[in-house]
Design a protein around this ligand. Structure first.
Ligand code: AMP
Ligand code: GLY
Length: 421
């Protein structure tokens, strides 16, 4: 089986590492990949937003399965381009990807089908948003409708902050067109978890839960980021809770999407808040989570290639996925300043030494080669991931590897997995 992975971050490195182990694989490509991915796949210089370039490549190499990593190409219809030409794809169509690319579409679908989520209102002008805020109680959450590189959500503890967020999005246009319409919603409290499921639009296979750490600093302080670390499994997701989420969240969503003519094929990621009123959907992502994928891939024992193919062909069976019961944890090493401004091109030392540790994988996220050296090339640079007999063991191993790796300005949280200890 010839597989192409689209993307070049930590999530795609974890997918490439796992897919490369499949006995069914004859050749693995990644567009554009990164220096870590290059150890498992042939990286080709095609950008993730170059739909035509990717289609050309798939045709030229007669790729059997294309696995799309990030949301942008999905929202731009890459899956549709490929399937319309007869190629198989793991990843939803543009219409199905609206679950992530339009928060308003997502919230309306959830509301219509009675799927638990925060109460919300939609606005297409700043004036009515301000008016409505006058009658609201803080805290509230202000969200841009469209994609905003994971930054389109502003949690406001006061109404002044909320008015300001409305102005920045709708008048300052900090997220451009993505902020033409906004949502103002109730602020939920509780523990956040990520539950992902493979689906071909009919059958559903829930994965083990993972927990991300979205804030930049220890103790969940500081600004929101793409994710500073993750671990799996999560003890607070009991088998009963997982069954409830499957029944009340995933099943009705998949059915609703099919009825709306937007059959969903790929992995569906539910960001959930475990509130005192039960689990509520914060958001859907139409792709693997980053960094949740890193610990998930360390724990999945089943061969992913045939599983992904069965999703693409609409033949997903209910054969459960086999898991390594041991916990896994990923610590993200980021560039100094991230999620704000940061510098790139810093040489990274200690990668070889860290990679030699048992049960450790150093997944590359924002890296590049420069003069024969691996250098930093993004905000999130590495996802240092370990598996161990206990969460404490996995954690100690991951931090041991982190301590061996150095680059100028490196910043990471020291408390990843603290809720699980
Ligand atoms: P999203 O991009 O939708 O995942 O939102 C980013 C983060 O904002 C989430 O991970 C939550 O921490 C937070 N968030 C989003 N919606 C809400 C809400 N209704 N109540 C509380 N926090 C929220
Ligand atoms: N880890 C959060 C995300 O992938 O969106």
């Amino acid at each position: 089986m010839k597989i192409l992975i689209v993307g070049g971050g930590g999530r795609e490195h974890a997918l490439a590492w796992k897919l490369a182990q499949s006995p069914l694989l004859t050749k693995l490509y990644c567009a554009p990949g990164n220096p870590g991915i290059a150890r498992h796949a042939e990286c080709v210089q095609i950008g993730v937003q170059d739909n035509m370039g990717i289609v050309r490549f798939v045709r030229e190499k007669q790729i059997d399965l294309t696995v799309i990593g990030p949301e942008d190409p999905l929202a731009m219809g890459l899956a549709d381009e490929l399937t319309s030409k007869g190629f198989k794809v793991f990843g939803p169509s543009q219409a199905a990807a609206e679950l992530e690319s339009s928060k308003i579409f997502c919230k309306k679908l959830l509301h219509k089908h009675d799927i638990p989520t925060a109460a919300f209102k939609v606005f297409d002008d700043a004036h009515s948003a301000h008016e409505s805020l006058e009658k609201s109680l803080a805290p509230v959450v202000v969200k841009a409708d469209g994609l905003a590189k994971g930054k389109g959500v502003i949690v406001c503890s006061t109404l002044a902050e909320a008015h300001n967020a409305v102005n920045e999005i709708m008048k300052g246009r900090i997220f451009g067109k993505s902020g033409d319409r906004i949502i103002i919603e109730e602020c939920l409290r509780g523990e956040e978890v990520s539950l992902l499921a493979l689906t071909d639009g009919k059958a559903l296979l829930l994965l083990d839960p993972a927990q991300d750490h979205k804030r930049a600093l220890d103790g969940d302080e500081g600004p929101n980021t793409g994710g500073m670390g993750a671990y799996s499994p999560v003890a607070s997701i009991t088998p009963e809770l997982r069954a409830e989420v499957e029944r009340r969240v995933f099943v009705p969503t998949i059915h609703a999407m099919r009825r709306e003519g937007r059959r969903y094929q790929g992995v569906l990621y539910a960001g959930l808040m475990l509130t005192s009123n039960g689990p509520q959907v914060l958001e859907y992502n139409v792709r693997w989570g980053d960094p949740e994928t890193q610990p998930l891939m360390m724990r999945i024992k089943s061969d992913l290639a045939p599983l992904f193919m069965s999703v693409a062909e609409g033949k997903l069976s209910d054969t459960p996925i086999e898991w390594d019961p041991r916990p896994s944890i990923c610590v993200v090493m980021a560039s100094g300043g991230y999620p704000g401004e940061y510098q790139t091109g810093k040489p990274i030392e200690g990668l070889e030494k860290a990679a030699k540790l048992k049960d450790v994988m150093v997944f590359h996220a924002g890296t590049a080669m420069s003069q024969g050296c691996v250098v930093t090339a993004g905000g999130r640079v590495l996802g240092v991931t370990a598996i161990g007999d206990t969460i404490a063991d996995a954690r100690a191993r991951a931090y041991e590897a982190v301590s061996m790796i150095h680059f100028d300005g490196a910043h990471y949280r020291r408390d990843i997995g603290y809720r699980a200890l």
